[in-house]
Design a protein around this ligand. Structure first.
Ligand code: SRM
Ligand code: SF4
Length: 576
């Protein structure tokens, strides 16, 4: 307590973490309670560290309220897949679990993870056990810890990619919480004598981090990991076909609250350069500085981006270097040119083939006339390579040998799996978060609406002759930014049902944020608002100029400057 007693109080979650006995809380008791379909409010904060969210079906909320029924509770489970690489056996297990215990679909997330929705409490533990049975897990998929580490999954430069993937895995392993709580609660591991009294979290301590923490590894020229959106990033610096080190980036993040000027997305900055063998240590020390200095009183101000914004990059570098015991090197030159995926077939240097498929918004499901989930299952049954989840919710069928390729191609054809690849450049670069009906924070539709909106915009882009042009469009159902909408050349962020804030002008390479163009645009007004801008782009663009860059050059949107209020719209409602 400060002398005058005015020190801000710790956030409630901090007390909860301290008292949780390394993430145990009363989870065992909550799970055993037969009278409730969910867990207690406090335990629902702790389940996140175990990769589990409490949810309810929001489509049914009103009806159930009218009928005086409890909410239709279920759980979302997020499966960690470091670098996004899964085996066919793991794919088959995820596919089966989705049918047996979840809502029959698999969600490939914007951070290379699998998600199950609609898992009921009575099968929750079983599901977690069966995920672990194929050597995947869910610990630290969420919570105030380092999450799934993302990595460029495209193996077309495979020697470099292998090094980057290894780093992603090493960081992920090194920063995984050490508590045995996960193993005891979900995997029935016996509690060691003395239990949590003798337990330690060498990196995190009892209170873990002030907030979630996200790490990525990028391999230029692809910025598919959206490095500037993350707390910590490593940019592979390649000489010949060797990674000679990494530029380290810190302080990116997307989440904000509508209208709250103190909250805003922020781009990561380059901190310095490290050698490959230093990278895990650097990751640890960055985490330690955030552990010690992140704001534990206000969760809306607790991400690393605010620690760095408040104290400065030089201060941050000093703190990291003090803990490292050596100085970081000067950043090396690098260049990104896109954030999207490289679709279709590519041949790797070892003669294997890799196919990137378009999975609309990452939802793997069977639909009338398009049994995508079944098709991928049939491929997994015969595939000897791997499945790679991309950072844009898509899927690579990786390491297909020339001998195996014809069999895989026959299945692709039979199940219509490559049809999506002939979609417009806009659709192929579209991304939506889950939002309704499962996300408890959604203010508006996203995954269920964006495909139809893209169809409407496609009419305009086809008229304008832009069908093949890659334009990034990203939608979220609230300002938390799960589909990284502030880095979309067109960004749409839910305000209330049927209304979206429209953002324009992000860089195609992911290095410039977009800016608020108009607030609360009704769904029927989105296409009319975009039409004249798209038409101008078609007529006035310079050779090779991307849509976001054009919007800035043509003065349609002024690039946002650090320090400006991110919530002030360029065009006030009604005055276009
Ligand atoms: Fe997210 C919370 C879904 C990537 C920023 N996110 C949520 C929750 C768990 C809602 C909740 O807290 O109850 C959503 C569950 C919806 C559902 O029903 O599945 C949710 N986030 C997702 C996923 C599934 C979106 C998708 O459609 O793919 C992504 C899962 C990633 C993963 O595998 O780990 C997902 N979330 C992101 C990203 C993108 C990224 O990391 O690259 C961001 C923006 C980057 C960032 O963190 O700054 C993101 N999610 C948030 C935030 C805002 C954080 C902040 O700093 O303000 C929240 C809310 C929170 O933490 O309080 C949130
Ligand atoms: Fe839910 Fe908002 Fe994230 Fe969409 S952006 S999944 S609505 S928290």
């Amino acid at each position: 307590m400060s002398k005058n007693g005015n020190e801000p109080k710790l956030a409630k979650n901090e007390i909860l973490k301290t008292e949780s006995r390394y993430l145990r809380g009363t989870l065992v008791e909550s799970l055993a309670d037969p009278l409730s379909g969910t867990v207690s409010a406090d335990d629902s904060q702790l389940t996140k560290f175990h990769g589990i969210y409490t949810q309810d079906d929001r489509d049914l909320r009103n009806e159930r309220r009218r009928k005086k029924l409890d909410k239709a509770y279920s759980f979302m489970i997020r499966v960690r897949v470091a670098g996004g690489v899964a085996t066919p056996e793991q794919w088959l297990q995820m596919d089966r679990l989705a049918d047996e215990y979840a809502n029959g679909t698999l969600k490939l997330t914007t951070r290379q993870a699998f998600q199950f929705h609609g898992v009921l409490k009575n099968v929750l533990k079983k599901t977690i056990q069966e995920i672990n049975a194929v050597l995947l897990d869910t610990i630290a998929a969420c919570g105030d810890v380092n999450r799934n580490v993302m990595c460029n999954p495209n193996p077309y430069q495979s020697h470099v990619h292998a090094a980057a993937l290894q780093l992603a895995k090493d960081i992920s392993d090194h920063l995984t919480p050490q508590t045995r709580a996960y193993h005891e609660i979900w995997l029935d591991e016996e509690r060691v004598a003395g239990g949590e009294e003798t337990e330690e979290e060498p990196i995190y301590g009892k209170t873990y981090l002030p907030r979630k923490f996200k790490t990525v590894v990028a391999v230029p020229p692809s910025n598919d990991v959206d490095i500037y959106a993350h707390d910590l990033g490593f940019i592979a610096i390649v000489e010949g076909d060797k990674v000679v080190g990494y530029n380290v980036t810190v302080g990116g993040g997307m989440g904000m609250t509508h209208g709250a000027a103190a909250t805003h997305p922020r781009l990561a900055e380059v901190l310095g350069f490290c050698k490959p063998e230093q990278a895990v240590d650097v990751a640890e020390k960055v985490v330690l500085v955030q552990r010690d200095f992140g704001d534990r009183t206000n969760r809306a101000h607790a991400r690393l981006k605010y620690t760095i914004e408040d104290r400065g990059l030089d201060w941050f570098r000093d703190e990291v270097e003090k803990r490292l015991g050596y100085k970081l090197g000067k950043p090396k030159p690098f260049k990104f040119d896109h954030t999207g995926d490289r679709y279709g077939w590519v041949e790797g240097p070892d003669g294997d083939f890799h196919l990137t498929l378009f999975i609309q918004n990452g939802r793997v499901k069977d639909e009338e006339g398009f049994p995508m989930k079944t098709g991928l299952r049939e491929i997994a049954k015969i595939h000897k390579g791997d499945f790679r989840l991309t950072c844009n919710q898509n899927l690579i069928i990786g390491r297909i040998s020339p001998v195996e390729r014809p069999k895989i191609e026959a299945l692709l054809e039979e199940y219509g799996l490559v049809r999506g690849l002939s979609s417009s450049g806009l659709r192929l670069n579209s991304m939506a978060c889950v939002a309704l009906p499962t996300c408890g924070l959604a203010l508006a539709e996203s995954e269920r609406y964006l495909p139809d909106l893209v169809t409407e915009i496609e009419e305009v882009i086809e008229e304008a002759g832009l069908r093949e042009d890659a334009i990034t469009i990203r939608m979220t159902g609230c300002p938390n930014g799960c589909a990284r909408p502030y880095l979309g050349e067109i960004g749409l962020v839910g305000k209330t049902p049927g209304k979206y804030n429209l953002y324009l002008g992000a860089g195609f390479d992911g290095a410039r944020l977009n800016r608020l163009y108009q607030t609360s645009v009704e769904t029927r007004d989105i296409v009319p608002t975009l039409r004249p801008i798209i038409q101008r782009y078609a007529k006035e663009r310079e050779s090779g100029e991307h849509f976001g860059d054009f919007c800035v050059r043509a003065g349609i949107i002024q690039p946002w400057q650090v320090g400006e209020n991110y919530h002030t719209p360029q065009v006030e409602m009604g005055s276009k």
